[in-house]
Design a protein around this ligand. Structure first.
Ligand SMILES: NC(=O)c1ccc[n+]([C@@H]2O[C@H](COP(=O)([O-])OP(=O)(O)OC[C@H]3O[C@@H](n4cnc5c(N)ncnc54)[C@H](O)[C@@H]3O)[C@@H](O)[C@H]2O)c1
Length: 350
């Protein structure tokens, strides 16, 4: 017997298709700005949140992680993987989905795809931080690693920081060509480079966004002059980094959540007590950001649960107006809450 689920059984579900429609409906740049605003609001109330380093399950080929947090009213988590070898098998390096729930009842209120949303939120976070830390009037970015994240990173820097030119480099020429083709016509000067050195020529912002399951040196010390902002995205797991330690020693380092970044970020290469500044403190004015034109600022980004919480909150706030979701029969709702078994019995078809 087929039963019709009650309203209490239904949870809004945002599929990949709905997420793509939502991004196009709002406009990618407007949505990146909107996400950055939501992330900023939540970073400013940082102390209110339950915080824990993400729970990681490592294997030879990758990692699967759970990222929970709560602001006391709403609880959220994301499931995300990182498998650098996946693209060779026609799969994404990173996929994700996530959920928001009402703390008072424990009932889920949103289930969403988060592969696209993670790319959007990561880019929005990078640009929010670059707006705080990058040299004033930064117009040129080097984008090293031209995979799935790269166009999102570039577009967010345009939408939020006023970027005009991007200089692309990837060890795989086909990735650079893909990225350049995708960025064509979006209002940026796009230059394809054949070395990382060439890509960083004249750039005030340097983004590293490569995927490798080991220590790599994407930037070596002699490549980095003074007065730049480094947005290091790809080093986000134990044993997976992108920058030469000497660069870290010359940089003012900014992080999301030190307890997680010291395990996963570039700073895993430094002493445990190496000074770092938390981004939320720069946003609230509790700590200084860039102090001079000559400084090298480094955002050692690994991605933190609050950014996903903000992104899901943003998506939830768009549902009513757009209707871009499906109501999913996800929660059992017996007439008598204690008669779960009776509900099961009544659903028998024979
Ligand atoms: N910090 C965060 O919040 C966050 C969020 C999402 C993804 N990430 C990380 O960002 C990285 C990139 O993600 P993606 O989805 O774009 O991966 P991807 O596999 O789609 O792209 C990675 C690209 O890096 C290139 N590459 C590898 N080694 C290189 C090198 N030495 N020099 C130049 N290019 C090189 C590859 O050819 C590939 O094109 C991953 O490591 C991922 O874990 C971080």
């Amino acid at each position: 017997m087929t039963t019709t689920p009650s309203d209490k059984a239904l949870v809004p579900f945002v599929s990949v298709d709905h997420m793509m429609q939502l991004i196009h409906y709002i406009g990618a740049e407007d949505m990146l700005r909107g996400l950055a605003d939501y992330i900023e609001v939540d970073f400013r109330r940082w102390q209110l949140f339950d915080k824990t380093p993400r729970v990681a399950s490592h294997s030879a080929e990758g990692v699967i992680e759970l990222m929970p947090t709560s602001d006391g009213d709403v609880y959220g988590f994301k499931y995300v993987n990182g498998h650098p070898k996946n693209t060779r098998e026609g799969l994404q390096t990173v996929t994700a989905f996530g959920l928001l729930a009402d703390v008072a009842s424990g009932y889920p209120v949103l289930l969403s795809e988060m592969t696209l949303l993670t790319a959007m939120r990561t880019a929005a976070t990078s640009a929010l931080v670059a707006r705080l830390l990058a040299p004033k009037h930064s117009k040129v970015m080097a984008m090293i690693g031209n995979g799935a994240q790269s166009e999102f990173q570039t577009l967010a820097m345009k939408a939020i920081c006023g970027l005009r030119e991007v200089r692309l480099y990837d060890t795989d020429r086909a990735a650079t060509e893909k990225c350049a083709a995708n960025l064509a016509g979006l209002g940026l000067t796009v230059t394809q480079c054949t070395t990382a050195e060439e890509a960083i020529l004249g750039a005030q912002i340097i983004t590293t966004c490569t995927a490798d399951k080991q220590y790599a040196t994407i930037l070596s010390d002699n490549m980095i002059g003074s007065g730049v902002h480094i947005n290091a995205i790809g080093g986000d797991c134990p044993g997976k980094t992108e920058l030469a330690p000497a660069i870290l020693q010359r940089s003012e380092i900014f992080v999301e959540y030190p307890e997680q970044t010291r395990v996963e970020g570039e700073i895993q290469q430094l002493a445990e007590d190496h000074p770092v500044t938390e981004i939320w403190q720069v946003l609230t004015g509790a700590a200084e950001g860039r102090c001079s034109d000559e400084q090298i600022t480094l955002f050692d980004s690994v991605g933190f649960a609050i950014e996903d919480f903000s992104a899901l909150r943003y998506v939830r706030d768009q549902l009513q107006a757009t209707g871009l979701y499906t109501a999913l029969d996800m929660l059992a709702d017996p007439d008598d809450p204690r008669d779960l078994f009776g509900m099961l019995q009544r659903a028998r078809s024979d």
